[in-house]
Write a protein that binds this ligand. Structure first.
Ligand code: 4AD
Ligand code: MG
Length: 438
């Protein structure tokens, strides 16, 4: 298009351009035809906008070009913006010019049509599926959730310290490690940045890391991914209560941010926002003992000492209208690095935050075992290779202090906040038990 073409305007900003000539750069989303009028719907990544092409009002070539447009053909379209309450988004474009960048041939159409497709088909075409309104909305919410997390910690003086992905040892148990050949030596993809976070906290006081983490978990549930993103704060001199308060603050500020910034996305997803609006502090805090009592009353088979399964978490969360914090699980079901409760050493000073509406655990955290001798004992019980952890023990040899932190899985939070059935739609390209492509 020549230099005289109208300015490019994002669809989300159309309300500021009523009665002006604009250019939209994007794709054809869908098309309706009604006699001698065409209603192409355009998308540009920021929204949807309906165009109107009236046969009697435009040159015949333009009408023909618009009529031939196929779904997802790329284009630049110009026209005048009009307020139109019946159109999606509230505006429409009276089309006066159209430059087709790539016309998808009608006999080799875009694979994802507006009709229903099976989930396997959609997953195989994930690289294209991302363009749909729902997926676009989820990407937008995910982005705001990540921003909110970073802002939360940045505003409170935390220093972001990146932790390695290639690591020499396990953090969360040896059964879920992805092994990598590191020049003839065994290495593993990080399950968590926590152990390195603890080193960083002793340097900067308050730290967080945010990166991809990996679990070779042979589980095929709606809550498990092999690769997921975790945000993990770690704080020197923090005890369990401080950890809980931080977790509550983070979760509620993430929800508040989404409610503030993502109304259109939540609308597209059909999310019941009243359920999110209730997620304000204080969150209920219950002990593992109390949780077991509730579960038994509700008919669960669980016995004291066992870890909660997905169903138990759902049952438990039903009792609350906002996230619930369950603290002091038996040490035997938790990681080696958690501090035992001095009053009841069979319990760990840990907390899991369970999301409401059946979304289960979104946060796991604890006060750490800061005592050298006790930590060595716990490592021996867990049969961890001592050499690989010598550096970690140094943190207990040189100026050890009480400290704690947690990890929050971004995908579980996105699934909950968006009201999705499965975490597979919360990450652009999910890695699951039977899926490594695209
Ligand atoms: O409870 P987890 O295993 O805790 C840790 O890794 C600690 N080292 C974190 C810390 O204290 N710094 O995992 C933390 C969170 C879970 O609550 C869950 O939200 C998410 O990470 N998560 C997963 N998300 C998706 N798929 C999986 N397979 C996940 N495993 C854990
Ligand atoms: Mg956990």
């Amino acid at each position: 298009m020549g230099t005289s073409s109208p300015p490019v305007v994002e669809i989300r900003n159309m309300s500021q351009h009523i009665d002006q000539e604009v250019t939209v750069e994007g794709w054809l989303y869908n098309k309706r035809e009604s006699g001698k009028i065409l209603f192409p719907i355009f998308r540009d990544g920021t929204g949807l906008m309906q165009g109107v092409v009236v046969k009697s009002a435009v040159p015949p070539e333009l009408f023909e070009k618009a009529r031939e447009l196929t779904q997802e053909s790329s284009l630049r379209v110009t026209g005048k913006v009009r307020a139109e309450p019946r159109a999606p988004g509230g505006f429409e474009l009276g089309v006066t010019g159209l430059e087709v960048i790539q016309l998808i041939p009608a006999d080799q159409p875009y694979p994802i049509t507006p009709k229903e497709h099976g989930i396997e088909f959609l997953m195989d075409h994930r690289h294209l599926w991302l363009r749909s309104s729902h997926q676009r909305a989820i990407l937008g919410v995910r982005h705001q959730i990540i921003r909110a997390c970073r802002d939360f910690f940045d505003d409170r003086g935390f220093v972001l310290v990146d932790t390695p992905i290639l690591t020499p040892s396990a953090c969360e148990g040896t059964t879920t490690l992805f092994e990598v050949d590191y020049f003839g030596q065994k290495a593993y993809l990080a399950q968590s940045g926590q152990l390195y976070n603890e080193a960083a906290a002793m340097s900067v006081g308050k730290t967080y890391c945010f990166g991809p983490t990996f679990r070779a978990e042979k589980s095929k549930t709606r809550r498990h991914l092999m690769e997921f993103w975790m945000i993990e704060p770690e704080v020197a001199f923090a005890e369990l209560d401080d950890v809980m308060q931080l977790a509550e603050g983070l979760v509620s500020s993430v929800v508040a941010r989404v409610l503030e910034k993502c109304r259109p996305e939540l609308g597209t997803l059909g999310r019941d926002v009243s359920k999110l609006e209730r997620c304000m502090p204080p969150f209920p805090r219950i002990s593992y003992d109390e949780a077991i009592k509730i579960l038994k009353e509700k008919g669960s088979e669980i016995e004291w000492g066992g870890d909660f399964g997905g169903t138990d978490e759902t049952l438990l969360a039903e009792n609350f209208d906002r996230p619930v914090m369950v603290h002091r699980y038996p040490s035997q079901v938790k990681a080696f690095y958690m501090k035992p409760d001095p009053k009841r050493p069979e319990l760990a000073l840990c907390v899991d935050v369970l999301a409401p509406e059946g979304y289960g655990e979104i946060i796991g955290g604890s006060e750490r075992l800061a005592d050298y001798d006790l930590l060595v004992k716990r490592m021996e019980e867990s049969k961890l290779p001592r050499e690989a952890f010598e550096w970690y023990l140094d943190l207990r040899r040189y100026g050890s202090v009480p400290h704690g932190g947690f990890g929050m899985g971004i995908e579980r939070v996105v699934a909950w906040v968006c009201g999705l059935e499965h975490v597979r739609e919360t990450i652009p390209f999910p890695r699951m038990l039977y899926r490594l492509t695209p």
